[in-house]
Design a protein around this ligand. Structure first.
Ligand code: FMN
Length: 141
């Protein structure tokens, strides 16, 4: 596939088949990702790969916490500043509108919105989840 086609045909997928992903595929994906550049070539990334029973348990625990209105752990980092300045705030609202209208969810339908949010914690049904992280003591940069 042409690299431009690969880049422009990429999209967020929020519904996955439950077909297992083979370890060969996971290894291929991760080996390819390891070719990514990094500052001073320190290759700071680490990945947890979850499949099968451990993934099922994690999804279950996370979904249960949301369903029970758990306030979650204290955030270690804010995802966004409280007031998202222009043009980012507008983009975020436009995205929310598009997404919920595509799902047929009305703005005031809190329960349906909650269900859609919960799908995140179920990894949108994906049978494999990759948690990528860097060591905390590497600092913010
Ligand atoms: C760092 C990052 C975090 C994201 N987090 C979520 C998420 O928690 N839930 C979700 O449904 N989509 C998430 N997305 C997907 C974005 O909403 C999506 O990429 C964006 O709307 C653009 O749409 P596209 O990927 O289909 O082009 C995330 C994307 C990125 C890059």
């Amino acid at each position: 596939m042409d690299v431009y086609e690969a880049v422009t045909s990429r999209r967020a997928v929020r519904g996955f088949k439950d077909e297992p992903v083979s370890s060969e595929v996971l290894e291929r994906v991760l080996s390819a990702a390891a070719w990514s550049p990094s500052g001073s070539n320190i290759q700071p990334w680490n990945t947890y790969v979850l499949i099968g029973a451990p993934l099922a348990e994690l999804k279950c625990r996370a979904v249960e916490r949301v369903v029970h209105g758990d306030p979650w752990d204290e955030r270690q980092y804010e995802m966004y500043p409280p007031a998202l300045k222009s043009p980012y705030g507008e983009r975020r609202s436009a995205f929310g509108k598009e997404r919920y209208s595509a799902l047929g969810i009305a703005r005031e339908d809190w329960e349906a919105r909650q269900r859609a949010a919960i799908a995140n914690w179920n990894c949108f049904g994906a049978p494999a989840a990759l948690f990528c992280y860097i060591d905390r003591d590497l600092g913010r940069p």
